[in-house]
Design a protein around this ligand. Structure first.
Ligand code: AMP
Length: 632
């Protein structure tokens, strides 16, 4: 085993040699001719000319050696259902789903929008798309109808796959009325919606465009659908994520590069071996779900555990009991979940036999030191923080125990992962930061395999957004602040843009502002993120009303606050609901009219906003401070 430093160095100095070797981890129906095409920067094409298929590599390829091994264990504490699928039965289900999709006209290159709760059919649908060469776009089930409609219009899917309902914390959430509303709002609605009927919703919508899955599954029970061999750089999926503008970006990923990067990460970062059991507690609607509930564990021949439910229902011991029951070796979740569990009775953790568990991985938001220390002590197992984002698809920073188990440093997710030429750059000059100085975390060209290839349908946006934001440098910006120490360890210091992270969910403050502005009473609004003990951050809104008198009496203010929250629920979904709405008479702005969000966020957290020479009306800042203190 080489040292971490040699391994990383080689991946940067000789990416062709490095990744040629790693590419042997997957099956290539046609070998690639070039490892890397750098002819059109900042675009990078990996494994050019090679033909492969994600579904073949995740499922079919394992039939020879592990047909009877569990591929997917499904547990729902919402419905009490547990199901196990071996690689053979997963193969059969994926073929059925692929045959059904094909019968509905889905073909290579078509988009299929998947709006599903955490049910096995979501896995079948994603893998069926991969099999057919169709491009899946999974939309998190917590998003509301207008958000769904915006994604439909951007992706223009040939088919939507949905269910009658999701469930969370014992509450059933009807999906079909949401889909119905989204379809009526969208300009590019598909003609058909495939419905998985869980029989949870008391009365599901029976619109004429709805096609029931179950009878079709029966019809295609014995179907075999061959895998489409795709050129490595054809799109595999589009996953929308929030940015600085109100319009979410479709992060587009390739086929071959993604398969190779994930397969390699299972060994070097996650130390997952064929036959291991991995439980990633996330949602298929997020990138962690795509990469580490579905593709990576299956590509590497593991068993993946898919869980529908919360970490505290029926009680705070449920996840630990799952570890015991299914002999889980690797667990992956977000720090928020651990902060929630930390409040539970520690006896629940101690009561379970956790001897199978080797490592707990945490990502998606900053891991605070007390939480890291608590869970590390409680489990007595390594806790590996890892830093990445929807765009990269797999970790950028981590202690790569499968390469060399460098010591951990509390507060840092670790050192740059092989393949990533990660640098800290000065936000004004673009020059490299000295160690210990705060800078923008950037990545040199080319991005390694598995990272986004472009913004769906908008190459110009990919170039402009990600590659032209650090002055004088052709580098990819992560839009995160960081600081690197002399040993190369990086600590994340928050976003450089207007994106916030609530319970590991990435939200654009602009999107929340737009939703609030759609309410007739609102004249102006600023949304910022503030520290939250459990969720990491919480969204706080400062609203200027058209009629300031509307909130003169406290009851009226409470009512309006509730109405504004409901507006966000309807427009974006409850995950984006601001934790608090403050009414103010003006908002602090620069002389050119730009909102001083960072200053507002500082005040909302009780910090000093610093020097603001360009402020138009300093009284507006005083007002924010008073409002926050008065109600805080
Ligand atoms: P998402 O694209 O939703 O996965 O969100 C990615 C963002 O979450 C990153 O740009 C960071 O701001 C934050 N993030 C993810 N992982 C970590 C981590 N381990 N430590 C600190 N921040 C993180």
């Amino acid at each position: 085993m080489p040292s971490y430093r040699d391994f990383h160095r080689e991946s940067i100095d000789d990416p062709e040699g490095f990744w040629r070797r790693e590419a042997a981890r997957i099956h290539w129906e046609t070998p690639f001719s070039d490892v890397l095409d750098r002819s059109n920067p900042p675009f990078a094409r990996w494994f050019c000319g090679g033909r492969t298929n994600l579904c073949h590599n995740a499922v079919d390829r394992h039939l020879a050696a592990r047909a009877q091994q569990d591929a997917l264990i499904y547990v729902s504490t919402e419905t009490g259902i547990e199901r196990r699928y071996t690689y053979a039965s997963l193969h059969a289900e994926v073929n059925r789903m692929a045959a059904v999709m094909r019968s509905l006209g889905v073909k290579r290159g078509d988009r299929v929008l998947i709006y599903l709760p955490m049910i096995p059919e979501a896995v079948f649908a994603m893998l069926a798309c991969a099999r057919l060469g169709a491009i899946h776009s999974v939309v998190f089930g917590g998003f509301a109808a207008p958000s769904l409609a915006a994604r439909i219009d951007d992706a223009r899917p040939a088919l939507i796959v949905t269910a009658d309902a999701g469930a969370r914390g014992g509450k059933v959430i009807d999906y079909t009325p949401l889909v119905d509303e989204a379809l009526s709002r969208a300009q590019h609605a598909p003609a058909q919606v495939l419905l998985i009927d869980r029989q949870l919703a008391p009365e599901r919508l029976k619109a004429p465009y709805i096609v029931d899955y179950e009878p079709l599954r029966e019809q295609y029970f014995d179907a075999h659908v061959p895998c489409e061999w795709l050129e490595s750089n054809e799109p595999s999926y589009v996953l929308y994520t929030s940015g600085t503008t109100g319009k979410p970006k479709g992060v587009q990923r390739d086929v071959g590069g993604y398969a190779v990067a994930l397969a390699a990460s299972m060994e070097y970062i996650f130390e997952g071996r064929p036959g291991d059991v991995m439980f990633t507690a996330s949602d298929i609607g997020w990138v962690v779900g795509h990469s580490y509930i579905i593709y990576a564990p299956l590509l590497a021949g593991l068993t993946t555990v898919m869980y529908e439910g919360t970490p505290v229902r029926p009680d705070g011991g449920i996840w630990w009991r799952l570890v015991e029951q299914y002999r889980i070796n690797l667990m992956f979740t977000a720090p928020t979940a651990i902060r929630v569990l930390k409040k539970q009775d520690p006896a629940l953790l101690r009561a379970a036999d956790l001897s199978s568990l080797r490592t707990l991985f945490l990502a998606g938001e900053p891991l605070d030191e007390p939480t890291a220390a608590w869970i590390g002590d409680a489990l007595g197992k390594p806790v590996v923080d890892n830093y990445w984002q929807t765009e990269t698809g797999w970790p950028m920073l981590a202690i790569q125990r499968g390469v060399e188990a460098l010591p951990q440093k509390l507060g840092s997710p670790g050192v740059p992962v092989y393949g990533y030429d990660l640098r800290l750059l000065d936000e004004h000059t673009g020059e490299p930061c000295a160690s210990g100085d705060k800078g923008v975390i950037a990545l040199g060209y080319p991005l390694p395999p598995g990272c986004m290839s472009t913004v769906w349908g908008d190459d110009a946006r990919f170039v402009k957004t990600y590659w032209q934001s650090v002055p004088g440098q052709h580098v990819y910006s992560t839009f995160d602040w960081g600081v690197q120490d002399d040993d190369g360890y990086v600590t994340i210091l928050g976003r450089t843009d207007d994106v916030i992270n609530v319970a590991g969910h990435r939200l654009g403050t602009r999107e929340i502002e737009e939703a609030l502005s759609s309410h007739a009473a609102v004249a102006e609004v600023a949304v910022v993120g503030v520290n939250d003990a459990v969720k990491g951050q919480a969204a706080i809104a400062f609203v200027v009303l058209r009629d300031a008198g509307a909130v003169d009496d406290p009851d009226a203010a409470k009512k309006l606050e509730a109405a504004l929250a409901a507006t966000v629920d309807r427009q974006l979904g409850a995950i984006a609901r601001p934790a608090r709405v403050h009414f103010v008479s003006s908002l602090p702005k620069t002389r050119s009219g730009k909102l001083l969000r960072r200053a507002i966020a500082a005040l909302a957290e009780g910090r000093d906003p610093g020097d603001l020479p360009t402020i138009e009306d300093p009284a507006a800042l005083v007002l924010i401070r008073e409002v926050v203190m008065g109600r805080g």
